[in-house]
Design a protein around this ligand. Structure first.
Ligand SMILES: O=C(O)CCC(=O)C(=O)O
Length: 268
C-alpha cells in the first residue's frame, strides 16, 4: 500500500514552529501552476461580467492600486475543488494541524501588473478569532512572486506574540511599529506554497512588475478549535480536506437548522 505524500520534513516543521511560517518549494509543477493560473484568470474574466471584483485595503487606498479577488473559488470551478484535496497539499497541512484539516475559506488574489495593491502588515486573527489559534493560511502560488511582484512578507517568530492591538478599522497594524520594509520577504516561484499561522504578522508589497501575481489563499483549522465569534462565514466552511471532524459539529449545525423546518425528519 502506498503511504502517500510525506508532508513537511522534520526541518520544515521545526522552521514553522519557531518562525510561524514555512515555504514549501515545488509542491506543484510549473505546468500544474500554469493551468491553475489560466483557470484563475478565466474565472476573473467571467466574474467581471457580473460584478466588480476589484478591492483595496482602506489604509492603502491613496496608492491608486487594486487587487482582484474572489472568495470560495471552489464554488466557481471544479479545478479548485480538486486542488483543495490534493494529497500533496493536505499532507503538508496535516504536518502542521494534525490529522484533521477543516476548511475555513478560500480566496484568489490577482495583483494586476504595475498597480497591484499592497497588503498592510496585519495578523489574520482579528477577522476570525479561534480558541486554540490553530488557524493557518496556505498561499498557493500560480505564478512567480518575486519582490517586485509584491510577494508576501512576514515577521518571523511574531506568531508567539499572541493577538496584537490593530491600528485601524481594517485590522492593519501601525506602520511605525511594524514597517513592511523591515519584514522578511518570501519570494516564491510558481507551484510553491507558503504556510503561516493566523498570528504571524504579514503583509505584501505593491506589484510594480509587468505581469500579474496570481495566488490562491486557503485558510484551514483543526475542527476541534471553536471560533470565538460567528463572523466571517463562508460557503463551504467546515468541509473536511483531510481526516474527520471528531466533534461532528458541522452535522449538528445542519441538523439544528433542519429541525426548524416544517418538514424536518421527513424522508427526502
Ligand atoms: O496575498 C497577499 O499578498 C497577502 C494576503 C493576505 O495577507 C491576507 O489575505 O491576509
Amino acid at each position: 500500500m502506498s503511504s502517500g505524500p510525506p508532508g513537511l520534513t522534520q526541518e520544515q516543521k521545526a522552521f514553522y514552529q519557531s518562525n510561524g511560517y514555512v515555504l514549501c518549494q515545488g509542491m506543484f509543477t510549473r505546468q500544474e501552476a500554469a493551468a491553475l493560473r489560466r483557470e484563475a484568470h478565466e474565472l476573473a474574466q467571467r466574474l467581471t461580467q457580473f460584478r466588480n471584483i476589484e478591492v483595496v485595503w482602506t489604509t492603502v487606498r491613496q496608492t491608486n492600486t487594486v487587487v482582484q479577488h474572489c472568495h470560495d473559488v471552489q464554488f466557481y470551478s471544479a479545478v479548485f475543488t480538486r486542488l483543495l484535496v490534493d494529497a500533496r497539499f493536505t499532507a503538508a497541512a496535516q504536518s502542521i494541524l494534525g490529522p484533521n484539516v477543516q476548511l475555513h475559506h478560500t480566496k484568489i488574489f490577482i495583483k494586476p501588473p504595475e498597480k497591484g495593491a499592497p497588503f498592510p502588515m496585519h495578523q489574520d486573527y482579528p477577522y476570525f478569532p479561534h480558541q486554540n489559534d490553530s488557524m493557518i493560511a496556505a498561499i498557493i502560488h500560480f505564478d512567480d512572486a518575486p519582490l517586485e511582484k509584491g510577494c508576501v512578507r512576514v515577521i518571523p517568530g511574531s506568531h508567539k506574540l499572541g493577538p496584537l492591538q490593530a491600528a485601524a478599522a481594517d485590522h492593519s497594524l501601525p506602520h511605525d511599529k511594524y514597517p513592511i520594509e523591515k519584514a522578511t520577504p518570501c519570494p516564491a516561484e510558481a507551484g510553491d506554497v507558503l504556510f503561516f499561522s493566523y498570528l504571524t504578522i504579514h503583509g505584501s508589497g505593491m506589484n510594480t512588475s509587468g505581469e500579474a501575481r496570481t495566488t490562491l489563499l486557503v485558510q484551514m483549522r483543526d475542527p476541534l478549535d471553536p471560533p470565538l465569534s460567528h463572523e466571517h462565514k463562508s460557503r463551504g466552511q467546515g468541509m473536511m480536506l483531510a481526516g474527520v471532524d471528531p466533534s461532528c459539529c458541522t452535522t449538528k449545525v445542519i441538523e439544528e437548522s433542519a429541525d426548524q423546518s416544517p418538514v424536518a425528519n421527513q424522508p427526502r
